[in-house]
Design a protein around this ligand. Structure first.
Ligand code: M6R
Length: 605
């Protein structure tokens, strides 16, 4: 995944493009670049490394112009070198292009353009685009027509922004990759995602595939590939610009862990009536799921762990439900009928594996639903329905608050489905579940301010490996605890179903491999036995459990989870594990918000 930003308006575009890139850096941080139309031509500044390094370089140079484009890259085609950094230009530097996605026919285009005498200087698929644009510029009556001809030749997925020498305009197009237009009076932005320009405007237009946008300093137009006018709705994003900054925190991840009382309160606001124990989802009135007989959840990474949590809740509500890793969903012929509801769980709504699974389900006649954080995302637009988790922007590459909000949203959905679908078995105790959910943000708040996670993390620094075990709803929490830990500490961590430990992984357990055991009321006595099997082999056990839980006395260390309904206990335990990962990574001086080799969402399969 890469991030692109463009700006057309009065005054200098460069600082706006650079700050937009900083806000988009979660999408990739292998290299960064900016191109600006300066009146005499196009200036391009680009280099491998982070946006801050590029900004330092530009401060030393002179770059200004009211129309500019920028890019932050997560490498797919070609290593993260200066040459492969975007923007890419044609041979004469008359066109500069930034691109997110993959041009699938780039080899054929490269051959065609090479035959015409074009010389290429990078390994990227993107570089064909400026050459093609320049080729059509020589043969078209105007730049807009040349851009359209260029876009028509491209196959694959792309969001593109381009500038041309002599034209005070940005040309943008999308196919399968996100591109959103920001309107700030008579200043216009084009970006992969709203946080890029949220500090300037919350008025947006989500572009559709095959739209072509032309931004000028005082006008903007959207047309189709033939030049016909296209009307797109203008929307207002209800994210606060403050939400996209780090605030008083040293890292986005720490902020995003700590704001969970608020983000969770937003997720549930207006959706539960604890008095009569009912869930009301505006998007799904009673009866909305009649006809559904089975649920399949598809997701990746952290979202898959939330989906596993959801699967358990759906199953306990009598619903035939299975969670699949989206990348594996297409490898088996999973049976799907028109009575199957396929739920894509995806924070970004842009993960290629998840979109692939959703498209496969659509092709086979299933009903589809996106559970996502991003309004206007591809998943939200392609699915039959969307349910937003309302967690607010998440910038840290490690998903934290969105896991909690996804799991809770799926719990609410499970309740709605249980009422609607045949064989659904709504829980009798839902009133108690709902009441506990209402109090969950406060419980989370208390837990965050009293957590011992930093000390626990420090105590186990230098261990050979870190294991996480849990059963039932705590199994996905164990998997998520391990994923978070390995992702940001670079230490070896694995999550297991507690009962599986003795079927193989126990051979890895030594006195130098702490085991974090998650207790949330699902046959805890069995998990306790499994933890003691590890203890017998010399490992320390860290119990993640409520005060007074029998595991606390037996364990070597303890992370306290407030007493809440067992349906939610695992979610609080997960937050303690997020903190352990964070503090361990911090003590190891890791790049917490931008872990090596990763990007916030992965738009390639
Ligand atoms: O945007 P998505 O929820 O679809 O992303 C899926 C995974 O790539 C993502 O959850 C990833 O595992 C997390 N960044 C890990 O913290």
């Amino acid at each position: 995944m890469c991030g692109i930003i463009a700006r057309a308006g009065r005054g200098d575009a460069v600082p706006l493009v650079l700050s937009g890139l900083e806000n988009l850096e979660y999408r990739g941080y292998d290299s960064a670049g900016v191109a600006v139309r300066n009146g005499d031509g196009i200036d391009v500044y680009k280099r491998s490394g982070e946006v801050s390094e590029l900004s330092a370089q530009i401060r030393d140079g002179v770059a200004s112009g009211n129309v500019g484009i920028g890019h932050t890259r997560w490498s797919t085609h070609g290593p993260p070198t200066d040459a492969n950094a975007h923007p890419h230009t044609d041979g004469d530097g008359e066109v500069a292009v930034v691109h997110n996605g993959i041009i699938e026919n780039h080899e054929a285009l490269r051959e065609r353009l090479a035959d015409l005498g074009c010389e290429f200087t990078s390994d990227t698929d993107t570089e064909v685009v400026p050459h093609l644009f320049e080729h059509y510029l020589e043969r078209s009556e105007d730049a807009e027509a040349a851009f359209r001809r260029t876009v028509r030749d491209l196959e694959g997925s792309y969001a593109i922004a381009a500038i041309v020498d002599g034209e005070e305009a940005v040309y943008g197009a999308r196919q399968g990759s996100p591109l959103v237009l920001g309107v700030a009076g008579s200043e216009y932005f084009l970006a992969s995602d709203v946080p890029a320009f949220l500090e300037h405007t919350d008025t947006v237009v989500y572009l559709e595939d095959d739209d072509v946008a032309v931004l000028r300093p005082d006008s903007v137009g959207v047309t189709d590939l033939d030049g016909g006018d296209v009307a797109r709705d203008t929307e207002h994003v209800d994210w606060d610009p403050e939400e996209t900054g780090k605030g008083k925190y040293s890292h986005y991840m720490l902020k995003e862990i700590n704001v969970q009382p608020t983000s969770l309160a937003n997720t549930i606001e207006g959706r539960i009536d604890a008095e009569d124990g009912e869930v009301s989802l505006e998007e799904f009135p009673p009866g909305a799921f009649e006809g559904v007989s089975e649920v399949q959840l598809v997701a990746c990474g952290t979202s898959y762990h939330a989906a596993l949590y959801g699967q358990q809740l759906l199953q306990s509500a009598g619903i035939n439900a299975s969670a699949y890793r989206a990348s594996e969903y297409g490898t088996a012929d999973v049976p799907v009928t028109e009575r199957t509801l396929v739920i894509g769980v995806t924070q970004s709504g842009e993960t290629a594996d998840t979109l692939g699974a959703i498209r496969r389900a659509t092709d086979r006649g299933a009903r589809t639903l996106a559970v996502t954080n991003v309004v206007g995302s591809t998943a939200a637009r392609e699915c039959d329905d969307a349910l937003f988790i309302r967690a607010g922007p998440e910038i840290g590459v490690a998903a934290t608050k969105t896991f909690t909000s996804q799991a809770v949203t799926l719990a609410l959905l499970a309740r709605r489905l249980a009422v609607d679908v045949p064989h659904g078995d709504p829980r009798d105790d839902f009133e108690a579940v709902a009441k506990s959910l209402e109090r969950l943000p406060d419980a989370l708040d208390r837990m965050l301010s009293a957590s011992d996670a930093r000390e626990v993390g420090r105590h186990y620094l230098g261990s050979d490996a870190f294991f996480f075990i849990g059963r039932g709803r705590c199994y996905p929490v164990a998997l998520e605890g391990a994923l978070k830990f390995k992702e940001i500490t670079y230490e070896h961590a694995e999550g297991f179903a507690s009962g599986e430990l003795k079927h193989g992984p126990l051979s890895l357990v030594t006195p130098n491999t702490p085991v974090f055991a998650v207790f949330g009321g699902d046959q805890d006595e069995k998990t306790l036995k499994n933890a003691s099997e590890a203890q017998t082999r010399g490992a320390d056990v860290v119990a993640v459990a409520s005060q007074g839980h029998p595991a606390v006395d037996a364990a070597d260390a303890h992370l306290t989870v407030p007493d809440v309904h067992p349906v939610w206990a695992g979610l609080l335990a997960n937050v303690q594990l997020q903190l352990v990962s964070y503090h361990t990574a911090n003590q190891l001086d890791r790049a917490i918000d931008k872990p090596r080799n990763l990007a916030k969402s992965v738009t390639v399969e």
